[in-house]
Write a protein that binds this ligand. Structure first.
Ligand code: ZN
Length: 609
């Protein structure tokens, strides 16, 4: 193991506690750029400078790292300490500095601030106190960077016990139209270890759910995959550049992953899928922790030559250039074929297959009408497939230009044409690896939180896995008069999130790096202000909003006319701050607002001693 020398970093918590997240772990739109240290459910633990240096930057916002300290060290290293509950003030005066900045900017959440005069600190000196913001309860987020743009794995400098690698389950998914995995035209789910031999026709990808044991589940330090002994995947968490964060969508399946249960994509989306033409094959997965402990899994696959006969199918039809014609017997092995499967007397929607040799590069395909599609949402065309939007009626397709890491050219746009156009999408260019398949379709009404009143159709933009390098512009036609409480909402991994739209003409517009389901909705319910209590000079107020969400910058607590904006812990739905109640009875007022501008207020009588 190579340990980087020349620096003498120490863990910022003393004694060292435990890791709850490792470096390069999956996060929804990026890689985890440091490690998370457990604080055993507590907050307020002293956080120490990992090495001597100077504090040159602080950050304070209700999102991201909350309160964070940045220290510059000799050799071009930078350490970062995130989610602090408080900065150190006695010796370093950082809380006073924050107060001054808030006063001079008139903003509570100052964001990034680079100190005019950096403050020298010694190794081990307390710089702040651990807090609880961010995912997974109280913890300390700690980073070592080279400069400010390249985070490094802290384990390259510091020792921390990590557990064995557990390879838990998988999903095999077809990766080209006409492929089958385990007799399914879409997906096969399995647990590891897998003893079955799996029949495959065509091309597939392997989505792995696995982790490294830590205090909980951590990301795997080094994951490799070998197909028939040849390396087809290699992801090692030593270092990366922030500018490569968008590639998280190549290595993790964004549509399937949650932060604590990510699915690795093997081979990653920037590489061609695995294909089987004859014989038996093995896929070996190796997950290794930082100290060389390896967990292994094997998958045995064999070529399944005849994926479908008409037995068990209700019908199959073949595209002859003008229309669909019925076929009987074996399904033809070339061209576009659609079929339905039946189960329990019900038949599925049409499933479209493209079978046959891949098209030569540059060859274009004539527009083709497709009625319905199952398992195509994630379909990837054979390399060389090139076409303009296939058709635009009710639904829209765009097929990507071939090329690594390049989806469609910048500014490429398409729209859904109903009786009146309802949605327009303009791609920022780049982002999907390899050849992908982009689609906008309308969905039947979806379930949304009851605070929301949908006022447009529901639009599904796929592939949902995409994490775009530069944002796409999504515009939805406004069907009603504009009101302030209107927003665009996007559903991603089961959660609806509010995107603040801008207006241009009769259209609402947002920029987004994530696709998924979109709808225009009104948030018709203001936030709920719950319990208010004061303990040891600190006021705690529960404030929640399931619509557009609580706007932390618009919360106000006041006593006798004197007010302040409290801190807000988004995950706990808790506003808090220091209050001093003057002698006698006073009216304490709490006012809260959601991002759609709905407000609510509550007051209680409090008595000062
Ligand atoms: Zn973290």
């Amino acid at each position: 193991m190579l340990f980087l020398r020349g620096q003498n970093f120490i863990w910022p918590l003393r004694p060292f506690t435990a890791l709850t997240s490792t470096f390069y772990e999956y996060r929804t739109t990026h890689f985890h750029s440091g490690v998370d240290l457990s604080t055993y459910g507590k907050t307020g633990l002293p956080v120490r400078a990992s090495e001597s240096g100077e504090i040159f930057r602080i950050f304070y916002h209700w999102y991201g790292f909350g309160r964070a300290v940045y220290i510059r060290h000799p050799g071009g290293f930078v350490t970062v300490y995130g989610h602090l509950v408080r900065f150190e003030d006695k010796g370093l005066g950082l809380e006073r500095l924050l107060k001054n900045l808030q006063r001079s900017t008139g903003k509570k959440y100052i964001g990034n601030y680079y100190l005019e005069r950096p403050i020298r600190v010694r190794r081990g000196q307390v710089i702040g106190y651990s807090g609880s913001m961010g995912i997974g309860g109280p913890h300390l987020h700690f980073e070592i960077r080279k400069g400010e743009i390249q985070p490094l794995n802290p384990l390259l400098f510091l020792r921390a016990p990590t557990g064995p690698v557990v390879l838990r389950s998988y999903i095999l998914e077809v990766a080209s139209p006409g492929s089958f995995v385990g007799l399914s035209p879409t997906r096969l789910y399995g647990r590891l270890p897998e003893n079955r031999k799996i029949p495959v026709h065509g091309c597939f990808r392997f989505f792995l759910q696995g982790y490294e044991k830590c205090r909980g589940r951590c990301g795997i330090y080094h994951l490799e995959a070998y197909f028939d002994g040849k390396k087809v995947f290699d992801l090692k968490g030593d270092r990366f550049q922030f500018s490569r964060n968008y590639t998280a969508g190549w290595f993790f399946n964004l549509a399937l992953s949650t932060t604590k249960r990510p699915y690795y994509v093997i081979p990653d989306f920037s590489s061609p899928p695995l294909c089987i033409a004859t014989g038996e094959h093995t896929l070996e997965i190796r997950g290794t922790n930082f100290y060389g402990k390896t967990g292994r899994a094997f998958l045995r696959l064999y070529h399944w030559p005849s994926p479908l006969s008409l037995k068990g199918l209700c019908c199959a039809e073949r595209w002859n250039g003008q229309g669909w014609e019925r076929v009987s017997g074996e399904i033809p092995d070339r061209g576009y074929i659609r079929f339905k499967t039946s189960a329990g007397g019900f038949s599925s929607p049409w499933i479209i297959l493209y079978r046959g040799e891949s098209l030569k590069s540059g060859e274009s395909v004539k527009p083709l009408r497709i009625e319905a599609h199952v398992g195509w949402e994630k379909a990837v065309f054979p390399r060389g497939f090139l076409a303009s939007p296939l058709f635009c009626q009710g639904e829209c397709f765009a097929v990507t230009a071939p090329g690594r890491g390049n989806l469609v050219s910048r500014g490429f746009s398409f729209k859904i044409e109903d009786s009146a156009p309802g949605i327009r999408v303009k791609m920022g260019g780049e982002g999907f690896p390899g050849i992908a398949f982009l689609r906008v379709s309308t969905l039947p009404p979806q379930k949304v939180p009851e605070e929301l009143l949908p006022i447009s159709k529901f639009y599904l933009l796929t592939p949902r896995e995409a994490l775009l390098k530069s944002p796409a512009t999504v515009e939805i036609r406004l069907q009603e008069k504009y009101r302030r409480d209107i927003g665009i909402y996007r559903k991603f991994s089961r959660k609806w999130s509010f995107l603040k739209p801008s207006r241009s003409g009769g259209w609402l517009q947002v920029k987004t790096k994530l696709l998924g389901t979109f709808v225009v909705a009104r948030d018709v319910v203001p936030p709920q202000i719950g319990r208010i209590r004061i303990r040891r000079g600190i006021i705690y107020v529960t404030i929640r909003d399931r619509g557009s969400g609580v706007n932390p910058e618009a919360i106000r607590i006041s006593i006798g006319g004197k007010g302040f904006i409290p801190e807000y812990d988004y995950d706990a739905g808790l506003a808090f701050g220091r209050v001093k109640v003057p002698r006698g009875r006073h009216l304490l007022k709490v006012r809260a607002e959601d991002f759609a501008g709905n407000s609510s207020a509550r007051s209680v009588w409090v008595a000062g001693k």
